[in-house]
Write a protein that binds this ligand. Structure first.
Ligand code: ZN
Length: 244
């Protein structure tokens, strides 16, 4: 593997603004390599990287980017793509990864297999969450189980489905989640906070039931995975979560 110390390549893209219909150009960063690109990582975490502003009308646009995040020290590889099919997951499992915006050497992916935590996500919120969790040394599977418990509580209380839920912030001794609720737009955004030690409770209860996070079966660790894991079946969350 070659070490990258230079900043990653950028791609300039043109798009029609969905608000005012005029064309503008923004910069895409198809690859983020840590330690070299810590500035880009910060921009993902503070939500400025994937949200270009139209220079004509000032509206903010949420991109559906294809981006690869690779942290050499923490040994993680996260890919965000809007492609809903299983092709990418299979590419990562086999070690052969080919798609337009991202160049990777086959031997690099082969090297990562079994050694790296590899994840594929389909929206920038989930992508940001994976990076945030990695930075905080949280196991994303434990967080998915907590989110599933929270969702069940919220759905009972609000009488509507949780569309998506993700960890927003981990500041201090609190975990802050955002739940997007409803079955169709306009969705309701709800902030749920919980004491950070809930993570330890869930970790102690469930981590020994899971395999190594680097294994292929965890490439798509999301809410669907949490449901299919079936771990919360026996009893309601197991711990009480305070909901604001
Ligand atoms: Zn515009």
């Amino acid at each position: 593997m070659t070490k990258r110390t230079v900043p990653s390549d950028t791609v300039n893209m043109s798009t029609e603004c969905p608000f005012c219909g005029r064309m503008f150009t923004y910069t895409l960063y198809p690859e983020i390599h840590i330690p070299g690109d810590s500035r880009l990582k910060k921009k993902v975490l503070n939500k400025t990287l994937f949200f270009p502003k139209c220079p004509h009308c000032g509206e903010e646009i949420k991109l559906k980017p294809v981006c690869i995040y690779h942290d050499e020290n923490r040994r993680v590889l996260f890919i965000v793509t809007d492609s809903p099919d299983m092709a990418l997951e299979n590419m990562i499992k086999s070690g052969n990864i080919h798609f337009n915006d991202i160049r990777t050497d086959d031997d690099v992916m082969g090297f990562m297999k079994g050694l790296y935590v590899r994840r594929v996500v389909h929206d920038v919120d989930a992508f940001r969450e994976k990076i945030l969790l990695s930075d905080c040394n949280y196991d994303d599977r434990i967080i998915e189980l907590i989110k599933l418990s929270l969702s069940r509580i919220l759905e009972k209380e609000k009488h509507m489905p949780v569309y998506r839920i993700f960890l927003e912030d981990t500041s201090g001794s609190m975990l802050e989640f955002t739940a997007i609720m409803g079955s169709r737009p306009p969705y309701e955004y709800i902030t749920v906070t919980s004491a950070a030690n809930i993570y330890n409770q869930y970790r102690d209860k469930y981590l020994h039931k899971l395999g190594r996070p680097e294994e292929d079966e965890y490439i798509m660790t999301d809410q669907k995975w949490a449901v299919n894991a079936g771990l919360l079946k026996d009893g309601p969350a197991g711990v009480v979560i305070p909901v604001d």
